[in-house]
Design a protein around this ligand. Structure first.
Ligand code: ACO
Length: 358
């Protein structure tokens, strides 16, 4: 038995390759930092879905899908807004058709982007802002959140984030999506599996706790003693460590580059400098505490700073991760359907045997 399926190859994919020793992520032939710098969310979605449907989606189709999802879910939204934000987004996705068409796929790609600002505003007692289908997903997300046209630098940063997280090999949520797709359930089911796996703090749920950690350290005033105390108590430092990467996660640098493009206000520059200092201290302490386990900064550390800088509250962070990753889940689900068998590993029974003679 291999605990955590470490090193087990469970699928062949044309979608992405994670090289944990070189610290390299290739998505359909492009290094992630190139993709983040040059592609929009719509272009990255088209790249991922290319070959898995009869046609490649055009940018305008994703805008139209966002408007369709909004119309479809606006009546249910007040009830969805009573749930925790992530659970509300997941419940909204569950209300979409469970088909296999490109239209089904694009509604799913659009859904977290339509639902997150809609539910956030309702939770704050504000009216939701309907989508503008002519805009790109990143620009419209920010417009629907803030209720006004977004700052172009913020749009570029959010776009870079959504592209950076669009796919990442056979991570837990993508594997969950592929398992469900292998049963021939629909794309909504596969995406719901991905959404559920992403929620946990060891996967996509880490960036909210990163902000809590930074705020607690800022309040305490002594990063070294705060972090050392957490490690002594056996806690994990959020935003550090990875199952595959043994060097720095390349996505952390792609996001740091996107953060720098933001045209920082003095307050934001100060926040970034503070975070960098916390990062340096955390890496030193992790080296001392776990000399045999290379632990480096992962994608979630700078995700937290970037999403905070463009105005999202921590409760929205995992929803935005899902907004970026849904295209990847769908591409993997379609690939599994086209090339794979039912995924059905085995377990070894270690429980009791009933004494039938007694
Ligand atoms: N802080 C402190 N110690 C850590 C950390 C950390 N962030 N990460 C791993 N370790 C330690 C473990 O305690 C363990 O020590 P031990 O051998 O003395 O018990 C050792 O390193 C190995 O840990 P594993 O659990 O085997 O590592 P695994 O590959 O399963 O975990 C994970 C990877 C879940 C990401 C882990 O590093 C972690 O919990 N990090 C913090 C949460 C986080 O940042 N999650 C986001 C990940 S990125 C993503 O999913 C998009």
């Amino acid at each position: 038995m291999v605990d955590g399926l470490d090193q087990i190859v469970a699928a062949e994919t044309v979608l992405s390759e994670v090289d944990g020793r070189a610290g390299r992520l290739i998505i359909r032939g492009y290094p992630v930092e190139v993709l983040a710098a040059r592609f929009s969310t719509e272009q990255a979605t088209a790249l991922l879905l290319d070959g898995f449907f009869d046609t490649v989606p055009a940018t305008a189709q994703i805008g139209a899908a966002r408007a369709e999802v909004y119309e479809h879910l606006i009546d249910a939204a007040p009830r969805l807004a009573q749930l925790e934000l992530y659970d509300g987004v997941r419940a909204g996705v569950a209300l979409l058709d469970d088909g296999q068409s490109l239209d089904d796929a694009l509604r799913l790609v659009a859904a977290p982007a339509a639902l997150t600002p809609m539910l956030l505003r309702l939770r704050r007692g504000l009216d939701p802002v309907p989508p503008d289908p002519s805009l790109g997903q990143a620009a419209d997300l920010l417009r629907m959140l803030h209720g006004r046209a977004a700052d172009p630098a913020q749009v570029r940063a959010l776009d870079a984030y959504l592209v950076t997280v669009c796919d990442h090999g056979l991570n837990a949520s993508t594997f969950a999506s592929r398992v469900v797709a292998s049963t021939r359930a629909g794309l909504t089911s596969a995406v719901l599996a991905g959404l559920s796996a992403l929620k946990g703090p060891l996967h996509g749920g880490a960036p909210g706790p990163v902000i809590e950690m930074l705020d607690a350290i800022a309040a305490d005033g002594d990063a070294r003693s705060w972090l050392a105390a957490r490690l002594r108590q056996g806690e994990r430092l959020m935003g550090f460590g990875h199952r595959i990467y043994r060097v720095r996660d390349p996505r952390a640098d792609a996001l740091k580059a996107a953060l720098r493009v933001l045209g920082q206000s003095p307050a934001a520059s100060e926040r970034l400098a503070f975070a960098e200092q916390v990062e340096r201290t955390a890496l030193e302490l992790l080296r001392e505490a776990k000399p045999d386990r290379p632990l480096h900064t992962n994608v979630e550390f700078y995700t937290a700073l970037l999403l905070e800088a463009v105005g999202f509250p921590p409760e929205a962070f995992t929803c935005l991760f899902a907004a970026g990753r849904t295209a990847g889940w769908i591409a993997h689900a379609r690939e599994q359907l086209a090339t794979g068998r039912l995924i059905r590993p085995q377990s070894r029974y270690v429980g009791p045997q009933a004494d039938l003679a007694a």
